[in-house]
Design a protein around this ligand. Structure first.
Ligand SMILES: Nc1nc2c(c(=O)[nH]1)N[C@H]1C(S)=C(S)[C@@H](COP(=O)(O)OP(=O)(O)OC[C@H]3O[C@@H](n4cnc5c(=O)[nH]c(N)nc54)[C@H](O)[C@@H]3O)O[C@H]1N2
Ligand SMILES: Nc1nc2c(c(=O)[nH]1)N[C@H]1C(S)=C(S)[C@@H](COP(=O)(O)OP(=O)(O)OC[C@H]3O[C@@H](n4cnc5c(=O)[nH]c(N)nc54)[C@H](O)[C@@H]3O)O[C@H]1N2
Ligand SMILES: [Mo]
Length: 684
């Protein structure tokens, strides 16, 4: 019998959980992949999607060789070429672009296909190469920058409580988050709290898998959560349940914030949010009497015009009740701000020849069509699928179709984006390369050891850029650092929570928890704000043009009355249970299980349009349209249309939800407004 090898790795996908996994290798082949039961947070369970990882790796459609375009841009016709030909052509074209337009005419557009520090996150694999060329910087603001920016105003960091400590909460608010779909391991800790008597409330315009499991579900209109938060606090303060001692010692701006709270009595909050007044009063009373209360608020509720303000105001709730100082109290959004790796050593932005401009990931269409001085002449798409995932799909397509644009896409699959490439380069998958990970929903670092050799001529992104640097004759020595060396540089941090975490140790143990104190109460004594206090009033916010005192900003498209009349429904396109963004969108079985693109409407909204379940409908506004099958259900509140992200346009009639999403920024952080989109739905 052939010897079997067990290799420890980590799921690379953009999900808070960063699962630890074990690959079984026999005769150099990966024959099994399962969750690692020893990992304290993910405990051996993967998900519907990643259970099909090896199937994806071996898929007949996988890109295994470099390709050159033979058809028109967007058509997706290619011929196989050698790596030598591909590197020569890219080197020549880049040289030409740099001479003619300067380095900033190059846009390294990297996405979230892998969150590894070596191969992907923040574009590390190619970052030094692009820095040496003086390429434009890429602001990866597509996911969580609005919420992070808002939280920084209030608590000085985007990172809050350890999600594991939800187990110690007595009231859990799952606010604009659908963990049973988008990162299910946190659920164990919610259930642990429940066994001790905790009450769980889901706050979501849609009765999601998660909301259906909660003790109570409130369904606000999208984008109105900060008004709900202020209404709840109005009840808390009305009962005199604020923690005056905590407020006095640990907060800034209470008198003004208290006035703001007075502006939102429950009946006003009810009018804005569409949540019944008595439900607001009841939950406000529950918050007033339940210590500790924990809020799990993730990315869903900050994909709105006022998304930063929403998180900013939500983080004030535990400031009023004093729960930031209690184990099991506070708010958790992302934990990545707690992981202080040595990013400067990894990124080497000091290699840039001078200051460079920054281009916004969420505004790719604008970047390709409107940015001048210099225009973008060379685009590298790395671990991203912007035709499927970025706002204003039709504009993105127009930009990518530009004949004078040279586009290189590093990919594993022939996506809607590779269809526009001049050159496609074949990328390895996680069990074929090395990487270092953290989770944005827990406090562990994980090492991913390569388990097998890649198929065909696939290369790790790091190796692709080492070869390209050599081809271009670049002499900067750090461009040639090995993957292990890159990981060591990232780990070379002085931060106390990384003490003793070396590559050797990670390799041996697979994963290591940050050396952070337990119990984990990072803000019990001090917040990392300018004042050292929780800031109800924030100079940082004021400097960015927000109201100095935390409050409520209405969702963008509702403020335009004429548009609101033409496009009366608020479209939410949240995480699909079966895809991870657009990853797995190619998998036939997962597509079948997803039921294809659907849109859900409340029975009243369907009746008003004479529509019935099962009918093909068109979801449209002035920017574009996509088609879906209608489901009429009271799981969606009136005024809302619910669909999901991740469907491949070319497998869904040519468009997905991003055809109707605007290329507009959130109030802070330059984030996208995916769930702040007005549409009309009609029969096809
Ligand atoms: N299966 C699966 N898992 C995923 C992903 C995936 O595509 N598929 N994506 C991953 C990524 S990249 C991310 S960033 C995370 C995102 O995961 P989540 O933070 O859960 O984000 P969403 O799925 O966008 O939205 C979550 C919920 O917020 C609700 N929502 C939308 N707008 C509002 C609002 O204004 N107020 C309130 N209260 N609720 C609102 C939606 O109806 C949805 O049920 O998940 C990750 N995990
Ligand atoms: N309508 C709507 N759109 C959304 C969202 C939403 O809620 N609604 N959510 C947004 C969010 S939260 C995010 S994070 C973005 C994500 O948007 P993107 O960053 O564009 O992520 P994906 O769409 O998953 O595309 C990732 C691609 O990377 C490839 N890939 C995976 N691993 C590797 C690798 O190791 N190397 C290389 N070269 N390629 C790799 C995959 O095959 C896949 O095609 O989508 C956003 N889009
Ligand atoms: Mo994301």
């Amino acid at each position: 019998m052939a010897a079997e090898l067990k290799v420890l790795g980590a799921c690379p996908l953009d999900c808070p959980d960063d699962c630890s996994w074990v690959v079984t290798v026999r005769d150099g082949e990966a024959v099994g992949l399962r969750g690692n039961p020893d990992h304290p947070y993910t405990r051996g369970a993967l998900c519907t999607k990643v259970n099909r990882w090896l199937e994806r790796a071996g898929d007949a459609d996988r890109i295994r060789y470099p390709l050159r375009r033979t058809g028109r841009k967007g058509e997706g016709r290619f011929e196989r070429i050698s790596w030598d030909e591909a590197l020569d052509e890219i080197a020549t074209r880049l040289d030409h672009v740099v001479r003619g337009h300067g380095g900033e005419a190059i846009w390294p557009y990297w996405g979230t296909g892998t969150l590894g520090y070596v191969q992907g996150l923040e574009g590390t694999a190619g970052r030094r190469f692009f820095n040496v060329l003086g390429a434009s910087a890429h602001d990866a603001n597509i996911c969580s920058s609005a919420g992070s920016s808002g939280l920084k105003c209030t608590i000085g960091s985007s990172a809050g409580m350890d999600p594991e400590d939800l187990a110690h909460a007595r009231l859990v608010l799952l606010w604009g988050t659908n963990p049973l779909t988008s990162g299910h391991h946190v659920w164990k800790f919610v259930q642990a709290a429940r066994r001790e008597g905790a009450y769980v409330v889901a706050i979501d315009p849609v009765a999601t898998r998660t909301a259906r499991q909660a003790d109570e579900h409130l369904a606000p209109l999208p984008g109105t959560d900060a008004a709900l938060a202020l209404g709840l606090l109005n009840v808390v303060v009305g009962l005199g349940a604020q923690d005056e001692d905590y407020i006095e010692r640990h907060t800034l701006g209470w008198a003004e914030f208290r006035e703001r709270i007075q502006e939102f009595p429950p009946e006003r909050a009810a009018r804005i949010t569409g949540v019944p007044e008595d439900a607001i009063v009841a939950l406000g009373e529950r918050i007033a009497r339940t210590r500790p209360t924990a809020i799990r608020a993730t990315q869903g509720l900050q994909r709105h015009g006022g998304g930063a303000e929403t998180l900013r105001t939500l983080a004030c709730i535990p400031g009023v009740t004093g729960d930031w100082a209690r184990l099991g109290g506070g708010l958790t959004f992302s934990t990545s701000g707690h992981v202080k790796l040595n990013r400067a050593a990894l990124f080497r932005d000091d290699l840039r020849p001078g200051p460079v401009r920054t281009l916004s990931m969420s505004r790719l269409g604008e970047g390709l069509l409107e940015v001048d001085d210099p225009p973008v002449m060379a685009l590298f798409v790395i671990a991203a699928n912007p035709v499927g995932s970025t706002p204003h799909q039709n504009k993105v397509r127009r930009g990518l179709a530009r004949e004078d644009l040279f586009t290189v896409v590093l990919e594993q699959f022939p996506t809607d984006t590779t269809d526009y490439a001049d050159i496609v380069l074949p990328a390895t998958m996680q069990h074929e390369h090395a990487d270092l990970h953290d989770g944005y929903g827990h406090l562990y670092l994980t090492w991913n050891e390569p388990a097998v050799a890649p198929p065909g001529e696939c290369l790790p992104t790091t190796e692709t850029f080492r070869r390209l640097a050599r081809r271009m004759g670049l002499t900067e020595p750090s461009l040639y650092d090995s993957d292990e060396r890159l990981a060591e540089q990232a780990l070379s941090s002085e931060h106390p929570w990384l003490t003793g975490i070396t590559l050797d140790r990670l390799r041996k143990e697979g994963f290591v928890r940050l050396a952070a104190p337990k119990p984990f109460l990072p803000y019990a004594e001090r917040f990392p704000t300018p004042s050292g206090r929780l800031e109800f009033r924030s100079q940082r916010a004021e400097a960015f043009g927000l109201d100095p005192v935390a409050g409520y900003t209405p969702p963008g498209e509702v403020t335009d009355a004429e548009r609101a009349r033409r496009f009366p429904l608020a479209l939410v396109s949240a995480a699909s249970h079966h895809f991870l963004n657009t990853v797995f969108g190619e998998n036939a079985e997962l597509r079948r299980r997803s039921g294809g693109p659907t849109v859900r409407l409340h029975p009243d909204d369907a009746a008003a349009r004479g529509l019935a379940s099962g009918q093909r409908v068109r979801v449209a506004n002035e920017r574009g349209a996509f088609e879906a099958v209608l489901q009429v259900t009271d799981e969606v509140r009136p005024g809302v249309a619910a669909t999901s992200k991740g469907h491949w346009p070319k497998l869904s009639g040519g468009a997905n939800a991003n055809a109707v999403v605007d290329e507009r920024d959130t109030d802070l952080g330059g984030g996208p407004v995916f769930h702040d989109t007005r549409v009309e739905v009609s029969a096809v």
